[in-house]
Design a protein. Structure first.
Ligand code: ZN
Length: 86
């Protein structure tokens, strides 16, 4: 018995393309992409609140590549919601 090829193909397909997350506002499937922003000095940090001099943040992307910070994630363009993985 060599197993069921259709089942293994399905598992492989599921492993390669996991289902996208759903938008927390409208519930629609979100589209994969990357947030890109210029960062010539330092990387990207997370702040619990906005700071006039950008102090007290937690660095989440240390070294920009070619002056750009890239953060993979998903987006719902209808609700203008980003879900970022860093
Ligand atoms: Zn949405």
């Amino acid at each position: 018995m060599g197993g069921n090829p259709r089942r293994s193909e399905l598992l492989e397909a599921l492993g390669l393309t996991p289902p996208p997350p759903h938008c927390p506002k409208c519930g629609a499937a979100m589209a994969f992409g990357a947030l890109g922003t210029q960062a010539f000095v330092g990387g990207a940090s997370w702040y619990r609140e906005r700071s006039a001099f950008a102090v007290g943040g937690e660095p989440i992307v240390q070294r920009p590549l070619g002056g750009m910070v890239w953060i993979d994630g998903h987006r719902c363009p209808q609700c203008r919601v980003l879900l970022l993985d860093y």
